[in-house]
Design a protein around this ligand. Structure first.
Ligand SMILES: [Zn+2]
Length: 288
């Protein structure tokens, strides 16, 4: 039902799909007891609103907390793989990536009881130099990936890729991290640290101008909602980066409430039938 929202018909913007990267906050999952609590808090929040999304789980996290996987399925969410142990793809050899991804997929399939078809790279670390992973993912039976940030980024980015869903030469569909253009800037705005740190009026304006494409998705992590965690300096992230990982957590649920005010999109695998991926030949700079 088209309704007016922020001065523009809501029908112009596809509803946003919720995706959730379930991973520990701390380097040692054995020391971290807070992320299962926060993960369940998010599951409950979604269930109260009838929202189904996609829950990407790290393999070692599924080993440590298999109930977080089965509870996601029981709540109607799709489960996807979020790597074996959250090592960025930029640090993995093809052999290690293949072995670990196969192991993680099998583990989740044992828990879920059906094929796992979705993959998300840690920190959107699918970049130009490791585009070979898209062949491996297709060979292992994945049908889609949500692993690229199609812009320059302080961490991992893949500028030059389409901002819309597209198909890799292997046939794997890619659902990119939504990117907004505001003048000369191209940056994410709908998930993670960006959604958490940017003031809602700016997110709303950006969404109104950019729409987020035919398959907009938000992506969150348990820590995005953990208001009880004291500030700490995350190894390798520095004080400023750690501060960005920490601030704005108390406003996350309120922001999602506004993001989903007119409904939520379906789990990502259900979007594959509607997102109309363009041909791989349209991808600049990717060998076919
Ligand atoms: Zn992650």
């Amino acid at each position: 039902m088209p309704t007016e929202h922020d001065g523009r018909p809501a029908a112009v913007r596809a509803p946003v799909t919720f995706s959730f990267d379930v991973e520990p906050h701390r380097p040692d999952p054995a020391d971290d007891t807070s992320y299962p609590v926060v993960t369940r808090r998010v599951y409950e929040w979604l269930a109260e609103r009838g929202i189904r999304g996609t829950v990407f789980v790290v393999g070692t996290t599924a080993l440590a907390n298999p109930a977080l996987v089965t509870e996601a399925v029981a709540a109607g969410h799709e489960v996807g793989l979020h790597s074996w142990d959250h090592t960025p793809l930029t640090e993995l050899s093809p052999e290690r990536f293949t072995d670990e991804t196969r192991r993680g997929k099998a583990l989740l399939e044992d828990l879920v009881g059906e094929a796992i078809v979705g993959y998300r790279a840690p920190t959107f670390s699918l970049v130009r130099r490791n585009v070979w992973v898209t062949d491996v993912l297709a060979e292992l039976g994945f049908t889609y990936s949500s692993s690229v940030l199609p812009a320059r980024s302080p961490l991992h980015g893949f500028p030059g890729l389409p901002r819309e869903p597209f198909t890799w030469p292997s046939g794997l569909v890619e659902l990119p991290c939504p990117i907004a253009r505001l003048g000369p800037l191209a940056m994410p705005f709908l998930g993670g640290v960006y959604l958490r740190v940017l003031p809602w009026p700016l997110v709303s304006l950006t969404w109104r101008v950019n729409g987020g494409g035919p398959a907009p998705l938000t992506y969150c992590h348990p820590y995005d909602f953990d208001t009880d965690e004291p500030f700490w300096v995350v190894p390798g992230t520095g004080r400023l980066g750690s501060r960005l990982l920490w601030i704005g957590r108390g406003r996350m649920f309120a922001k999602l409430e506004r993001l989903f005010a007119h409904g939520a999109g379906p789990p990502l695998r259900e979007l594959l039938h509607t997102a109309d991926p363009v041909g791989a030949h349209a991808i600049p700079g990717v060998p076919s």
